[in-house]
Design a protein around this ligand. Structure first.
Ligand SMILES: C[S@@+](CC[C@H](N)C(=O)[O-])C[C@H]1O[C@@H](n2cnc3c(N)ncnc32)[C@H](O)[C@@H]1O
Length: 380
């Protein structure tokens, strides 16, 4: 969970962080090449995934329990193994229904979720593949997954034909987005430029360009409005679906269906940065040091998947999904110190309601255990 998003904004005082000057120079070069402007997706992908200096490529210790560990955020599998155990019950059903025995995990973080799933699923999983854009966390993953070394492998490119169960926890929110702004009734794309005069030699600034791009819903918008669109996440899903001949996908993330995402009241957008367990909304500073995310438009993801040939098997809140998958039964007899973090996963005011689970099927159709009660596919 990017749990700190519920905490204070980034405290500016007392912060001693060396700017990543090489990364900033690369982005300025891109801006120069783009005629003084790049779209936000380009900025975000460079800030996060530049092979040398990007946030996810370099030695930042991103994921961990507290600021003291030098980390920036904590995710569900890091909070408690109950997450992997409950998800594992749903994955067991998906393996059975799809008659497959392998798992593909995207953006596997420290390897902790892989460990939990492998432990829980035992011989039902014959092969577990970790897919990430960067190898930075590989060492940590190798150490965590040592007992399962015969089953685990790492790839950075996907084969043409795939099958099995896909897991993506907090991956879609890390895929670059484009930013749109409606100003006095006119839509602009909000990209990035830099200026020497106003904010110092390396200062990045927002910059608007007129655009034919629109959010998927714009009825009801009257005032000024800032939002995101997610072409890269949708392309990612389509590519994946097209490669699968038989499989079940579980995507877990914070986000909404499009009517909620593009609601006239959500006029500030959902871009969010995470640094040392605090959240802020300015991705243009501390570039490469902060995580940058946007909420997921699950309707867009579901439609893209359907177009590519997948079926939406279910969509619900994380709370419903984990409870339906047996989270509470797994806590019987467990000490209260271990129960408390598990309850965070399902508490409405913490991760239970903002986080959703989308279950997709390719070449296989069934009613997912995790969506048995409280399915919200009709809201997509
Ligand atoms: C917030 S972290 C996820 C952490 C982890 N799943 C957990 O639960 O602790 C997001 C991860 O997604 C990865 N990622 C983003 N886009 C990806 C893609 N297209 N394919 C594979 N991994 C991707 C990033 O490199 C990053 O490691």
């Amino acid at each position: 969970m990017h749990s700190h998003k519920f905490l204070d904004p980034l405290p500016q005082s007392g912060l001693k962080v060396e700017p990543k000057t090489d990364l900033e120079a690369s982005i300025r070069r891109l801006i120069d090449e783009g005629g003084g402007w790049i779209d936000f997706a380009r900025f975000m992908s460079t800030a996060l995934y530049d092979p040398k200096n990007g946030y996810y490529s370099s030695q930042n210790r991103q994921i961990g329990g507290s600021p003291a560990s030098g980390s920036d955020f904590v995710t569900a599998p890091e909070l408690t193994p109950s997450f992997g155990r409950a998800l594992g019950n749903s994955v067991a059903q998906a393996l059975e229904e799809s008659q497959t025995d392998e798992i593909w995990e995207f953006g596997p973080g420290t390897g902790e979720l892989a460990r939990q799933l492998l432990e829980h699923l035992g011989e039902r999983v014959k092969k577990y593949t970790l897919v990430d854009l960067s190898g930075e966390l590989r060492e940590r993953q190798v150490a965590t997954l040592l007992p399962y070394r015969d089953k685990v492998r790492w790839v950075s490119e996907l084969p043409p034909v795939m099958q099995g169960v896909v897991i993506g926890n907090e991956v879609l929110d890390a895929i670059p987005v484009n930013v749109l702004k409606r100003n006095a009734g006119v839509w602009f794309e909000q990209g990035v430029t830099y200026s020497q005069a106003r904010t110092g030699p390396l200062g990045f600034e927002w910059s608007l360009r007129e655009t034919p791009l629109r959010p998927p819903i714009e009825e009801g918008f009257t005032g000024d409005y800032l939002t995101e669109i997610h072409p890269q996440a949708e392309a990612f899903i389509q590519t994946l679906v097209q490669k699968f001949k038989r499989g079940v996908f579980f995507f877990i993330d914070y986000g909404f269906g499009e009517r909620e995402y593009y609601h006239p009241q959500r006029h500030m957008g959902t871009l969010m940065c995470h640094f040392r367990h605090t959240a802020d909304d300015n991705p243009l500073v501390l570039v490469g040091h902060k995580d940058i995310t946007a909420h997921v438009n699950f309707t867009g993801v579901a439609l893209a998947a359907q177009e590519a040939g997948a079926e939406v098997l279910g969509y619900t809140s994380q709370a419903h999904f984990l409870i339906n998958s047996g989270l509470l039964e797994g806590l019987e007899g467990v000490e209260s110190t271990q129960r408390a973090p598990a309850l965070k996963l399902i508490n409405e005011h913490e991760m239970g309601e903002l986080f959703k689970v989308l279950v997709l099927g390719v070449g296989v159709s069934f009613d997912p255990l995790g969506c048995e009660r409280g399915d919200r596919t009709h809201t997509l």
